[in-house]
Design a protein around this ligand. Sequence first.
Ligand code: 4NP
Length: 168
Amino acid sequence: MVVHWLNYICAMKILMVCLGNICRSPLAEGILQNKSDQAGLQWQVDSAGTNGLHNGESPHPLSQKVAKQHGIDISRQRSRRLVKEDFDRYDMLYAMAGDVVEEMKWIAKDKFNSAKVQLLMDEVYPGQNRDVPDPWYGGEEGYHDVFELIDKACDALLQNHQQSLQTL
Ligand code: 4NP
């Protein structure tokens, strides 16, 4: 694969955000970090949650299980709450759902920067405001569905990134 020279100076820092930072965003962190590493990009991908209810906890066992089935180890991640300083630290913050964006606004207050915040599924379906559904209240099937959605969105994210570099 030809890696554009700009990728080497664009060491992107990306934050994946959901509510609890134990189900969806740990998967998003693992999936995008894995894909960007494989693409030879110098990206740092992290995740956080808006509610802080699971601070310090490992990802949900079913998120870990599904990730592992796809060869991705997310077991070393630990949940943390989003802080307003994250809006300075990261180049892009991807929200898993619309309710997450509302919580992000509340946490960020004057630091909220709409240019840096996007629904993850907008990478696949621009302008359709689609959510990655919360699997927290359901069974294992939901975690597989969430993996597939996030995986598709991260493929599109990387493709869109490469296309934006071609136009430079
Ligand atoms: P997540 O799922 O936002 O995908 O991590 C949730 C996990 C826990 C809770 C809500 C959502 N909770 O309220 O404890």
